[in-house]
Design a protein around this ligand. Structure first.
Ligand code: BG6
Length: 487
């Protein structure tokens, strides 16, 4: 069967500045550049961000390849550590302005919508060392200053802006579970950082409303929404899932869409003595500066159970996981390489949650994808990677997105992570996600089978769903006239 997607649906893919550009001509180091300098062993195969996928030098050829695989939209990020020369004053670096202008113009020449994000885990190291990065409200103001420069410089051509990518990952990685620099374990700081990022996002939106003169301009945030499913229906597991949802999803989602944090979460922070420091004016600013659109990154669901250790145990750091524990559901379907469960139905649950509890705000799948290691296993004799598993992964996820749209959810696009295999933090180049492969020694890029397949889908705006999927989940009665997304 064929599923028709709404007209003007975004068929695209996402990457970020620090993961694709390489450090060429970049004035400041960000936290990951610095971490690699001081501890290369922390990165898979000791591969750092210095070259990444060489986008700084090959953006023109790369964007031409994006055109070749049929993308009509492409997300990347503007690096604070590249664009700004003087981080306090917010003065701009001329080469960086030239570079981002060239990227944006090249996208437009190729008929690809440039979607720009402003923060993708890349705090300038000077600001981390001097002020503690997101621990500091001064840094919040410096970020809004940087964002203001982006709106002034590029807002005539960029209409789709996002303030942050996955703020929760910054909190979890840098302040709780030690997979982002500075690898601190401090629950109170983590909660303050979460608040400061929500504040930074709102201040950036306020700056956008003031500076932007492009009538088509919109701004949003990109959140990794991971629905939490309880291990059983027993009250203890339900309570664990409910707290996990508050922490992992509703904290940033409520602040961004509703302009206020969930009361229940605030009450728990207060009881536990970790509540953030906030002023009435700041909370008002968050209330007044909500998003226009939402990006949803979804890779895997979260299954949780009651914690095995009592919450009043002694000598333990405050962790949100004191209220829930991961549950490894027997028989779950996995991407074994990456160690993530595959459960595309979550995208339907997310779609309905946004429709019913978040004013049916326009949203898109801003990241979804399948990381596979040693992809050369799947090279054919012509030198192309035959990634049928990725095609199936996308088909299954789009099937559930379509079902959500059919039931009235306002989804206007799908972006795969990622267009061209890119560098990925601690995992470096271990897991490959792209439509296009990249030989990191030669920087030769080759379209995978999924790239050609995606072109076929995006050109006609229709997804051919294989019988096996229809047999498994049924045939949705799709009628998009009633549910046309606003975009
Ligand atoms: C997303 C991030 O969470 O996951 C990306 O936004 C990241 O920046 C992607 O690269 C995949 O992560 P990993 O570690 O499997 O490469």
């Amino acid at each position: 069967m064929k599923i028709d997607f709404p007209k003007d649906f975004w068929w695209g893919a996402a990457t970020s500045g620090p993961q694709s550009e390489g450090r060429f001509n970049k004035k400041h180091a960000n936290v990951f550049d610095h971490w690699f300098e001081v501890e290369p062993d922390a990165f898979y195969d000791q591969v750092g961000p210095d070259t990444a996928s060489n986008f700084y030098n090959s953006y023109k050829e790369d964007i031409a390849m994006l055109k070749e695989i049929g993308l009509n939209s492409f997300r990347t990020s503007i690096q604070w550590s590249r664009l700004i020369d003087d981080l306090e004053e917010g003065t701009v670096n001329e080469d960086a302005v030239r570079f981002y202008n060239a990227v944006i113009d090249e996208c437009l020449v190729q008929g690809i919508k440039p979607v720009m994000n402003l923060f993708h885990f890349d705090m300038p190291i000077e600001l981390q060392n001097k002020y503690g990065g997101w621990e500091s409200k001064h840094v919040v103001d410096l970020f809004a200053k940087f964002a203001g420069q982006c709106f002034r410089l590029f807002g005539d051509r960029v209409t789709d802006w996002f303030t942050f990518n996955e703020p929760l990952v910054i909190v979890d990685g840098a302040y709780l579970y030690q997979f982002h620099y500075p690898k601190i374990v401090d629950g109170k700081k983590a909660v303050q950082v979460a608040y400061n990022i929500a504040l930074a996002s709102a201040k950036t939106i306020a700056a956008f409303r003031e500076i932007n003169t492009n009538p088509a301009g919109k701004i949003g945030i990109i959140l990794n929404l991971t629905p939490s499913y309880p291990a059983t229906e027993e009250p203890e597991d339900l309570a664990a899932a409910s707290f996990a949802n508050l922490w992992m999803n509703d904290m940033f989602l409520d602040a961004a869409v509703k302009g206020a944090f969930p009361q229940e979460l605030v009450a728990t922070f207060e009881e536990d003595g970790v509540l953030w420091n906030a002023t009435t004016e700041e909370l008002q600013l968050i209330g007044e500066n909500t998003i226009d659109v939402l990006g949803v990154n979804f890779y895997h669901p979260n299954r949780v159970q009651r914690p095995s250790v009592s919450a009043d145990s002694l000598a333990v750091d405050w962790m949100p996981s004191r209220y829930f524990e991961e549950y490894a559901m027997p028989g779950r379907r996995m991407n074994v390489d990456k160690g993530w469960e595959i459960y595309p139905q979550s995208l339907y649950d997310i779609a309905l949650n946004i429709r019913d509890n978040y004013g049916n705000i326009p949203w898109f799948v801003s990241e979804n994808g399948m990381g596979v290691s040693r992809e050369e296993r799947y090279l054919n004799t012509e030198g192309m990677i035959e990634d049928d598993y990725r095609i199936q992964f996308i088909q299954e996820h789009l099937y559930w997105v379509a079902k959500g749209i059919e039931e009235g959810s306002n989804c206007f696009g799908y972006h795969l992570w990622t267009p061209i295999d890119c560098w990925s933090w601690g995992n470096a180049y271990r897991n490959r996600y792209g439509f296009i492969s990249n030989n990191i020694h030669t920087q030769v890029k080759t379209i995978k089978k999924s790239g050609y397949w995606f072109k076929g889908v995006s050109e006609v705006g229709k997804l051919e769903v294989p019988d096996a999927i229809v047999e498994k989940w049924g045939e949705p009665a799709l009628d998009f006239d009633a549910a046309q997304a606003v975009f």
